[in-house]
Design a protein around this ligand. Structure first.
Ligand code: CP
Length: 328
């Protein structure tokens, strides 16, 4: 059932989204993907403008959002804080109030600007001071644009019983300490939609407890199965999806974390050893960019089980759905 409740709605946290709203985005994304393949016009956002503020690097998010606005008949502007008056200490409140007068939506990517949650505070300030919708393109807590594309990919690859399939979101080795946004958002989506999710990570890599508490409560309503295990081989047994993602510990500083994680370098690099014990048709997922031969071996990411480029493509279709539903 499609819901109209997304008109004008911010897309900052999946905690604010219902099962019906997520299903609406997914259904519209499938329809827009079909329309694009058939060359059917779908200019739902003619003459609308999206402002994109990137405080951090991006390949997929920038390109897919910009292409999304073009295909929907609108326009996307690329901004960085360094070339906005933010660089001269103009407030985010004034920035939001002014942009609100010119454009129809604002997409923001911002993380790593101080303590955990600082970027989210700025996204919330923007949302409070602009009537137009704000889209979270990865902050320090969530990556909701990535996860909705991941869910679309699972629906396509796993078939009608996709919610029952065993999805393993596995911590993976990297030299770089990264945001927990992907596993945290996956826990939200899985619990809201009623999926079967195993979060696998070594001791000391627990995600934000606020996210697990939300997921446990939402799972009671949806019937989702959310498990946590600390052994990557136990998690891989019978998996239908192995999704590799590195993230940092809340219990250690950067230097301590980089040192501590070295012991997990081999076991937590997703490889044939993990796929040998997964289900025969198991797929490999990664949000990209991947740390090749650290998070995952070339053999797996380039192998027949890998769906990473289909997953990246679905960023475009799901973002088009989110933009069209909220900015119309
Ligand atoms: N997955 C993702 O968000 O990719 P980019 O960092 O390239 O945008």
């Amino acid at each position: 059932m499609l819901t109209k409740s997304l008109r004008g709605k911010d897309y900052i946290s999946l905690m604010d989204y219902s099962k019906e709203e997520l299903e609406t985005i997914l259904e519209v994304a499938m329809d827009l993907k079909r329309k694009l393949a058939l060359g059917e016009p779908h200019e739902y956002l003619k003459n609308k403008t999206l402002g994109m503020i990137f405080a951090n690097p991006s390949t997929r998010t920038r390109t897919s959002f910009e292409a999304a606005m073009t295909q929907l008949g609108g326009h996307a502007q690329f901004h960085t804080p360094e070339v906005m008056q933010i660089a001269h200490h103009e407030t985010w409140i004034d920035t939001a109030k002014v942009l609100d007068r010119y454009i129809d939506g604002i997409m923001i990517r911002m993380y790593g600007i101080g303590k955990y949650g600082s970027a989210r505070e700025i996204l919330n300030v923007m949302a409070e001071n602009a009537e137009i919708p704000i889209f979270n393109a990865l902050d320090d807590k969530e990556h909701p644009c990535q996860i909705i594309a991941d869910i679309m990919t699972m629906m396509e690859k796993l078939g009608p019983n996709w919610k029952e399939k065993k999805v393993v979101m596995s911590w993976a080795y990297s030299d770089r300490v990264k945001s927990p946004g992907v596993p945290q958002t996956m826990a939200l989506a899985a619990s809201i939609l009623g999926m079967n999710l195993t979060l696998a990570y070594p001791e000391k890599y627990d995600v934000d407890p606020e996210y697990m508490a939300f997921a446990d409560k939402a799972a009671e309503k949806s019937g989702a199965k959310i498990e946590v295990v600390h052994d990557v081989y136990e998690a891989s047994k019978g998996a239908d999806v192995i999704y590799a993602k590195s993230w940092g510990s809340f219990l250690m500083n950067n230097e301590e974390d980089v040192e501590y994680r070295k012991q997990f370098k081999e076991d937590w690099k997703i490889s044939k050893k993990h796929f040998d014990i997964a289900n025969k048709k198991a797929i490999f997922m990664h949000c990209l960019p991947a740390d090749r031969n650290k998070e995952v071996t070339d053999e797996i990411i380039d192998g027949p089980m890998s769906v990473v480029y289909d997953e990246a493509e679905n960023r475009l279709h799901t973002e088009k759905a989110i933009l069209a539903l909220s900015m119309k």
